[in-house]
Design a protein around this ligand. Sequence first.
Ligand code: FAD
Length: 399
Amino acid sequence: MVPYDIAVVGGGPAGLSAALGAAKAGGSVILLEKDEGIGQNVRTSGVTWIHEIEKLGIGKDHYNPIRNFSFVSNSNSVTIKGVAPRACVLNVRSAYQHLAMLAAEAGAEIRVRSKVTNATILPDRKMCRLRSRTPKGEIELDCRTIIDASGFNSLIARSMGLVKEWGRYGIGAEYECYCENLDLDTWVLMVGSKYSDSGYAWIFPVSRNRARIGVGVGRPESRSDPVEKLNEILVGRPHPLDQMGKIQPIEFHRGFIPNEGPRTPMVYDRLILVGDSAGQSNPLVLEGIRYAIEYGRIAGEIAMKSVSQNCNKDILFGYERMWRQKNQASITSAQRVQKRWVNLSDEEWNSEIDILREMSIDEFIDFIKAEFGICKLVKFGLNHPKVAYRQLLGLIKNP
Ligand SMILES: Cc1cc2nc3c(=O)[nH]c(=O)nc-3n(C[C@H](O)[C@H](O)[C@H](O)COP(=O)(O)OP(=O)(O)OC[C@H]3O[C@@H](n4cnc5c(N)ncnc54)[C@H](O)[C@@H]3O)c2cc1C
């Protein structure tokens, strides 16, 4: 059996991008995905940012552009309006299949219906072995380095005993629905007990008359079931669902997302974690797709560089250093704001909406994207001298 240079476990955005990065760097690459097709089981709402996602090669054929951002609480609301669309809602299946096509074109071998059941480093520590359940039966394959892109379960790292289950995480449930009345330009986040007891609900327009409507809850703060709450709001129709006319679910999605910051470390001997497996998402609004794609590609390239230099471990650690340098500070700040949000009462949410109301569109977008550069923070502080903003700034600034 000829070993692969790189085996990628998981065909989500992180794994597909890692396969692309490694194949482009000249490696022999195999990607194993347990589902029947890439993007078949949607586990995300697919909101992201146009500039970033286009830079990563996902063009306008794969998304619905969003210009306006609404926040609704039990008895307050604000819509922050933009001139040009800055955000978008992905057609998740087509976007992920596009990533798969890029990886295949670069030379990666992609196997669907192939669930990885076990991973080990062989005793000579020169090779890793994966076991996978496929339509052709149980197979084993060897590789020099594994990229664990298995998502929330961090399957490989956990099966090797390197990491534990996540303690803080979000669970989301959504229906993709026909909606009689839908504002295609505006996404809506709904906060407070009417919508979710520890998290938020959303309306994300996908295309004409079609939106993802969902509810997320945070563990351990809440033990409630987001599916129950989702069904409840579709019947009770709190604002703005009351304005949408007929709503008919046509597809159900459910997923888990880690919410305690990145794994430490993200890199081991012959193993890299990427995407949700590494906890790389922005905890403020649990946004992980663009990070998964960007750092998936980098993980693939760096893994291949390490393989070509006798599986040099220090090269792999370069990936983790790069991630931390670029993202650690803003993710830590976003975590603090998120912790504040999780604990707000309904009345406090009503006031929080007033804080958002005074933000310009640029400030709001920087805030929600967790882009808290020092110049932006100084400007923000000068523009908003009120106490409420100073409190928010205090959380965002690093200690
Ligand atoms: C409800 C919800 C809503 C979200 N909304 C957004 C949003 O609007 N915007 C945003 O940016 N992010 C959002 N996220 C987060 C985002 O979905 C993730 O950060 C992103 O999907 C991470 O990509 P990934 O490739 O690491 O993991 P995943 O997308 O989870 O992909 C992992 C893949 O590994 C496969 N796999 C797992 N185990 C095995 C195995 N044993 N063998 C083979 N294959 C395996 C899975 O089938 C899957 O295809 C949301 C998450 C949830 C749960």
